[in-house]
Write a protein of this length. Structure first.
Length: 209
């Protein structure tokens, strides 16, 4: 009898042990280089809400709808690659700087400690956990898409402009050819801004000298 109990206990312990780690699939830390470096210029803090709905009907009979929702604080960060070409013009007493377009830093940062999740299944549905897991897998690509959305790019632009102006004041004006230019004489634009803004630079951008 004791042997049977011991065997059952050993089997229970073995069955409930976590599976061994697959050493071939564990990613080792990889250090990579960012050529030229990056200048972080702005960020956006907000809370995003994601919802996924699953409805099932059979022969016209509604078996219920499962609704899962995730609410999570998000930080979108924007940066400029310093290796890109920067165009600088000294014209009419102004130092005009055309900076590269900002790009979003990915993956987007989320605060998992403040994440809120809920799911509600229909009367004949039992897929609440499955629906929620599916929604979790969709969050990262959706956040990256949102970070690139025009409304977010425009929302951060003025703060990014201030950062680049400060950068230009500390670095560009230390160069011999730009000496004597004051910070309040620096005007910053980005290459992806509307052409009407860029025409201030002259003929090469469709404007007049």
């Amino acid at each position: 009898m004791l042997a049977v109990v011991a065997t059952a206990l050993a089997a229970y312990v073995w069955w409930n042990q976590p599976p061994p780690a697959d050493r071939d699939t564990i990613a080792l830390p990889m250090v990579f280089r960012t050529p030229g470096g990056l200048l972080e210029v702005a960020g956006i803090n907000t809370t995003e809400i994601f919802t996924k709905t699953s409805m099932l009907t059979i022969a016209g009979v509604n078996l219920g709808t499962t609704v899962s929702q995730i609410q999570v604080p998000v930080t979108y960060r924007y940066q400029i690659t310093l290796a890109k070409d920067w165009k600088v013009h000294l014209r009419h007493g102004r130092l005009l700087v055309i900076a590269p377009a900002v790009t979003s830093s990915v993956p987007v940062a989320i605060d998992t400690s403040m994440m809120r999740m809920q799911t509600r299944s229909g009367w004949a549905r039992f897929n609440g956990g499955e629906n929620l897991d599916s929604l979790l897998r969709e969050i990262t690509p959706e956040l990256e898409k949102t970070a690139r959305a025009p409304r977010y790019i425009e929302a951060q632009r003025e703060q990014a402009r201030k950062t680049v102006t400060e950068f230009a004041a500390k670095w560009l004006v230390t160069q011999e050819r730009w000496k004597g230019v004051r910070t309040d004489q620096i005007q910053v634009y980005f290459v992806d801004e509307a052409i009407e803004r860029l025409r201030a630079f002259g003929t090469e951008f469709g404007g007049a000298l």
